[in-house]
Design a binder for this molecule. Sequence first.
Ligand code: PHE
Length: 448
Amino acid sequence: MKIQRFSRIGFIMAAAGSAVGLGNIWKFPYMTGEYGGGAFVLVYLITIAFIGFSVMVAEMLIGALGRKDTVGSFEELAPPNRKYWKYAGFMGFNGIIIMTFYSVVIGWIFYYLVKLLFGLPSTTDEAKQIFNTLVGDNEIIAIVCHTISVIIVAWIVNKGIKSGIEKINLILMPSLMIILFGLLIYAFSLDGFSKAFAFMFEPKWEKLNSEAIVRAVGHSFFTLSLGMGAILTYAASLPKEASIPKTAFIVTFMDTLIALVAGLVIFSFLFQFGAKPGQGPGLVFISLPTILNNFGTLGIFFALLFFLALAFAGITSAISLVEPVVQYLIDRFNQTRTKAVFLTSLIYWVIGIGALLSYTNSWGKIFSLGGKPLFDILEYTTDSILLPLGGLLIAIFVGYELHKDRVKAALENSMGDTIFHIWRFSIRYIAPIALIFMMLNLMGIIKI
Ligand code: PHE
């Protein structure tokens, strides 16, 4: 099977499309709100710069040198007597697990895009009711929305790298940026902007606890799409002339910028009318629409733009979550793309329904384990265990198994000697140690 190649700009947009997702526009702002702002943002930025970026380079490198699906690339590059590294390639399957709940959230966004057209909630209670009815009571609507999301994503992935993934990213990513930067320009004119800026960039150290640090590290992986083979799979289609460090830098930069812009926009609106930042996952679905109601008709327009941006971000990430498994089935089992897409989509569609039902009042008990809804279990397992584990394997593989000269040859034209050594130190020592600490901490084995 010959892997198609992206154009350079196509690759950047696709990788950035993967990275920029619900993690940036939905999760990052609410986490920042929950963990008190500035100090959390600072830890997040430091992790992105010192660990996230290094692992992104490493993951791209495996794809660009292996030029196969996740399993095939690890197998291809592993030393002859250590071919068991191919099992690390099964990290590609993490994407399907993530998709089980990611697609459900994209479904909620679709619902909001229609619902908000008819008016915004005027009180928080009303907003809560809309959200709780959708998530807790209206399983049929939620299943329909989840199904629409599965179909859209399958349709794009089925068209392949060039005419599906590249094309859609070249349209949706610039649109998303125009919307968000447009909202930012408006937010500048609000009094709430300076408060939002202070909230996000003035560190309040007393709010920073070990949980906040661990969550910041974990989120830096999720937001950069690392540790599950999305970046690796895309990099297998990296055009020959593209520089890995430069591309990784642009993608990391865009991802970080968009998270910060989304945060500034949301908090400017919230602070303008005195709302509190620490609202948890409901920040975007409950607080934001209520606050926007203060702007009258203009508010509906803002809300639609915002949810449209959220939908675009979600879809471009979703396709990168599905593609690794599709590529694996095509490469390994000689499946046609359509069959591979159908099978993959069917699996996460079904489990996704379980995840969605686990939040409903009628089915919640059946779809819970030890009192925890399936949705939360899936999210926790990927976010806190599987992605960091994937990141760890990537760091160890590139840091210790790939021959130094080979790595150097692949990176050296765009990375000076000093930067190369810093990067390698980070991949061999800083990233693995930080990741191991984080995982042990999350699993409750150690407490920092
Ligand atoms: N990076 C995406 C986001 O921030 C999520 C994602 C994780 C996508 C892992 C692909 C792989 O929403």
